[in-house]
Design a protein around this ligand. Structure first.
Ligand code: 1CP
Length: 358
């Protein structure tokens, strides 16, 4: 018996046969199901209009607005999945950590977590189950309107969240986070434990409220050596995923610049691995041992090229995806803010036309 309620879309039959869910479970589809990371957001005029005058984190915690933004790209592009509109720092905010999203920059912490005392102070924050109510309400509302289209829930992996907590904001090389990992392993472990548990609770709330799959974003794990990833990070990602394993929904693990750690990311215990644009999918599948669903990996930079170039790049991704047991089409990272949304719609049409048989 799954721990999901009987009227969950995966159990009542609404989404259990959806191409996305079948592909995540390893069943090749006639053509690859498609969604885009950051498909909601600044590339859509209807998003910009709705968000006008509303702070990013406030929009995530307004169930009606979060739900509407989640549905916008599904209506516009006809993608095979929605991804819940939220942000990886929401569980930090709901735990009482002072974090904001600065437009054009990203998450910024009022007090970065730099030493053992800071980690102790962070750990005094707890994520009360009631605090997740706006997230659950947003998911429920979205799922009611999605029908047979699955909703993907997501969370940030502990390392990517720790990178923001320690740096205090976006950074290129996450030097301070990697320094704490090496110089003060005890504080690092305590930081990663706390982070794994709050992000795991955020993910579980979305799944129990009706999301049919889950993606763990370890966007910045590519800044780690394979040794450091395996020694100091992987256990915490496993711990975050342990919060949802009993729900038996498909799990996806994605990061950027992770060509060297793809097998380790698979070993966190997931059904599919998301691949960025640097590693061709046939090579990624080989590294993963050939029996795992791959997701990706059109270079987002190609979206601004003339259509014939986009089309042949899409077909090449699909072709390489045939090396894996199943493939879910996506970009190699998020939709750029200045992307022309009509190109995304055209990619979905191309994939759905059957011209790109998987
Ligand atoms: O459509 C969707 O994909 C759902 C919405 C979504 C997701 C999945 C948002 C909304 N954020 C995220 C996850 C997220 N947030 C990740 C993992 C995915 C990825 O690698 O892109 C990361 C790293 C963040 C952190 C974050 N939040 C950044 C990156 C900053 C950096 O370090 O470079 C930014 C710019 C944000 C703000 C944000 N989150 C989401 C949106 C639409 C925005 C921009 C909003 C604004 O500026 O008003």
């Amino acid at each position: 018996m799954s721990a999901l309620s009987a009227n969950h879309p995966l159990l009542d039959g609404r989404t259990s046969d959806a191409p996305l869910i079948r592909a995540y479970r390893g069943e090749r589809q006639p053509s690859p199901p498609v969604w885009f990371m950051r498909q909601a957001g600044r590339s859509l005029p209807e998003y910009r209009e709705l968000r006008e005058g509303v702070a990013m984190l406030d929009s995530c915690l307004d169930p009606e607005m979060a739900s509407e933004i989640t549905l916008q790209p599904v209506r516009r592009h006809g993608v095979d999945a929605a991804i819940f509109f939220s942000d990886i720092v929401i569980p930090l905010k709901l735990s009482g950590v002072a974090v904001d999203i600065v437009p054009g920059r990203g998450p910024v912490l009022e007090s970065p977590v730099r030493d053992a005392a800071d980690v102790r102070a962070l750990r005094s924050h707890t994520l009360e189950p009631d605090a997740l109510a706006p997230v659950e309400a947003g998911v429920r509302r979205t799922v009611e309107q999605l029908g047979t289209t699955p909703l993907i829930g997501f969370a940030g992996a502990p390392f990517t969240l720790a990178a923001y907590l320690v740096e205090g904001g976006p950074s290129k090389d996450h030097l301070r986070a990697r320094a704490m990992m090496r110089a003060d392993p005890e504080s690092w472990r305590a930081l990663m434990e706390w982070t794994a548990d709050v992000t795991g609770a955020f993910l579980r709330a979305q799944l129990q409220a009706g999301a049919s799959a889950a993606q763990l974003f370890d966007s910045w794990a590519g800044s780690l050596s394979p040794h450091d990833y395996e020694e100091s990070v992987l256990w915490a990602s496993r711990r975050a995923l342990d919060h949802v394993r009993d729900l038996e929904v498909p799990l996806v693990h994605f990061g950027v610049g992770t060509g060297e750690i793809l097998p380790a990311m698979l070993s966190a215990g997931v059904d599919a691995v998301g691949v960025d644009w640097r590693t061709p999918l046939d090579e990624a599948s080989r590294r993963l041992g050939g029996s795992t669903t791959v997701q990706g990996n059109l270079d987002p930079a190609i979206l601004s090229a003339p259509w014939p170039i986009v089309e042949s790049a899409v077909l090449d991704v699909v072709d390489r995806g045939r090396a894996a047991p199943a493939h879910v089409f996506n970009l190699g990272h998020g939709v750029p803010a200045d992307a022309d949304p009509s190109v995304l719609t055209r990619i979905v049409e191309l994939l759905h036309s059957g011209a790109a048989r998987s």
